[in-house]
Design a protein around this ligand. Sequence first.
Ligand code: CAA
Length: 265
Amino acid sequence: MSTVSSETFSNILLEQVREGVYLLTINRPKVLNALNEETLEEMNQALSIIITDKSARVLLIKGAGEKAFVAGADIEHMSHLSPIEGKAFAEHGMHLFRRLETLDIPVVALVNGYALGGGCELAMSCDFILASENAKFGQPEVNLGITPGFGGSQRLTRLVGRAMAMELLVTGRSMSADEAMRRGLVNHVYPLEELLDHGLKLASMIAGKSGSAIQLTKQLVQRGQDLDLDNACIMESDLFGLSFSTDDRTEGMAAFLENRAPNFS
Ligand code: CAA
């Protein structure tokens, strides 16, 4: 395991844990990994490092400690903000989470405890979520007299449907990992002590696949969900054609025909 540029970060850790696999840990356990401006900025810098590494294949995100993924935006920080500063803070988080969502490689949230407010919003900006049995998901902003600010009202509605999103948003109640899985927010639930291992195994499996095919597939899913079906299908045939221009296509099909495992570049 190697830590990348750790000296420049004080709120996160960025490690390359296996070939092509990055692990970003939000590292403010004393405040349950709450997100302040500095943490958002460091996450932005981490994404810039990952983007420039052409061998990067998967990003895993987790929280430090055993209690929380991220317990929300930092309430102490927000308590001093003016309305204009509040909007700027939301835009900062919104920009980062959109960048994460549209990163060329799959991003998997390992939700190891509370994922509330900005934490739930962060998890929902990842491609999918693996959770520990003690995970809790929710948007409790209503209890603070504010709305979600990092995309929670929009992504939660798209993921669990309008009626359930409204219930969660107006009551501020949190969901257990099992309920979140039943509602389609979480892919798998594991005992806390096994979560990272499962995340690493999955990441290694993805890292062995064709990077170019995965990049195009992510674009199809991300861009296609906001298109009508006709245009989404046109985009799929376009990118299908584009995938035929890659070395991975040559290798993948040759490997199949030669009855051997592919060795993607
Ligand atoms: N911001 C700042 N500090 C936080 C925090 C947050 N979101 N969540 C927890 N902390 C701090 C606590 O203040 C406490 O600090 P001290 O030890 O200095 O008192 C420490 O973390 C431990 O927390 P608790 O003692 O509260 O731990 P608990 O086990 O009793 O409760 C909890 C855990 C239920 C998660 C509770 O901490 C909590 O409700 N946190 C706030 C959750 C929340 O409201 N999140 C949404 C924030 S708003 C938002 O995110 C807006 C947006 O969309 C951008």
